[in-house]
Ligand binder design. Structure first.
Ligand SMILES: [Cu+2]
Length: 369
């Protein structure tokens, strides 16, 4: 039968899924044949052809409709099975015998970084031959919104040695090369950064302070407040006052609503540029800020990327020491500032500002902050 002919709108399926209601009673005609669930993977979504299915043999027909490699894993009721990562445009199948209950179905690529980005949904397996109407349902956005109601906040204070990072070659070009190949249109721009980009061993000692508070409230209500003051090698004094989060996603570079806690990304993960070692971050954020140089306003639209991440640089010369830095202690605080869209480059080497506090700390802010 043509499953699409039921014509149920995806939104309807999602809404019912959130309420936990199993609807419809389209009988499965042949119980001895594995029922089929179509799975469409994309950035950053796992869409199933139906939200529930009858217990028994089930064949998942998985298509990667995205632009980077993805995987597929089914977990629940004692089962944990995954396929090998599939390339964009490719398909694979996975047949499992499923008991009744709820199963987590997600993309396991990047130690759950894709899952955190939204590539996560559920399949309900019910007894008998009833199943929910077909039609692709998106990942359960409603559910993730509910999870996100639990507001997370973090207050971060920069500490330890402060360095300014200047443009230079990326120290792990061979490790990054195969990852870059998956970046499509963005590859060219990134390849020029391999030779001369912001993740270099070209550093100078600096000084300054940076404290901020960030709130992770889900996809659209994140916020941030904080001030950084630092000196650059030319003797200029800079001040950044963070204003509001950046929420607009760019391909391969989702901004998670502006603030995200606990993200494994960069490097091998295919989430954000691989011209940064693979890291874990306690908090990563994208914001706009007011930038002042020697007390004179430079812009009200400075683009800011901050992360409190697992250590990437060694003591002494502050060289990048690891391609996979994800297991290191989370204590580096990075502040990158770029001109706003359409604005001229900053009067600084490479046209950007990049400052790193080597031994930083974080805590949960007092309530009401
Ligand atoms: Cu994925």
């Amino acid at each position: 039968m043509d499953r699409k002919s039921h014509g149920i709108r995806a939104g309807t399926v999602v809404a019912l899924g959130v309420l936990g209601v199993v609807v419809g009673a389209a009988a499965r005609p042949h119980l001895d044949v594995a029922a089929q669930v179509s799975v469409k993977l994309s950035e950053w979504n796992v869409a199933l052809s139906q939200a529930s299915i009858a217990a028994g043999p089930v064949t998942f027909v998985i298509t990667n409709a995205g632009s980077i490699p993805h995987g597929f894993e089914v977990e629940g009721q004692g089962i944990e099975k995954e396929i090998e990562t599939i390339q964009p445009g490719a398909s694979d199948t996975l047949t499992l015998t499923l008991k009744t209950g709820s199963y987590d179905v997600y993309c396991p690529v990047g130690e759950d970084s894709h899952k955190k980005l939204g590539m996560d949904t559920h399949l309900k397996v019910v007894s008998g031959s009833s199943q929910a109407p077909s039609g692709y349902g998106a990942s359960e956005m409603g559910e993730s919104h509910m999870k996100a109601e639990r507001v997370q906040a973090i207050r971060v204070t920069g500490g330890g040695p402060v360095i300014q990072i200047l443009p230079g070659p990326f120290p792990f070009p061979d490790s990054a090369a195969p990852i870059l190949a998956a970046f499509g249109d963005e590859r060219e721009g990134l390849e020029s950064q391999v030779k001369n980009g912001p993740y270099s061993n070209n550093v100078v000692k600096s000084s300054g302070t940076f404290t901020f508070t960030a709130w992770d409230k889900g996809a659209v209500r994140d916020s941030v407040a904080g001030v950084a003051e630092f000196a650059t090698q030319d003797g200029a004094r800079w001040k950044l006052v963070m204003d509001r989060v950046q929420t607009k996603d760019v391909p391969h570079h989702p901004r998670f609503g502006g603030v995200i806690m606990g993200l494994y990304y960069h490097g091998v993960t295919q989430v954000h540029t691989p011209l940064v070692p693979t890291i874990n971050s306690a908090v990563a954020l994208w914001a706009f800020g007011h930038l002042y140089k020697n007390d004179v306003l430079v812009t009200d639209n400075a683009m800011v990327h901050v992360m409190l991440l697992s250590r990437t640089r060694r003591d002494g010369d502050f060289a990048l020491t690891c391609w996979d830095c994800s297991k290191n202690k989370i204590e580096e605080l990075q502040l990158q500032i770029l001109p706003g869209p359409g604005e001229p480059k900053f009067d600084a080497p490479g046209g950007f500002l990049f400052v790193n506090w080597g031994k930083s700390s974080s805590r949960q802010p007092a309530r009401g902050m």
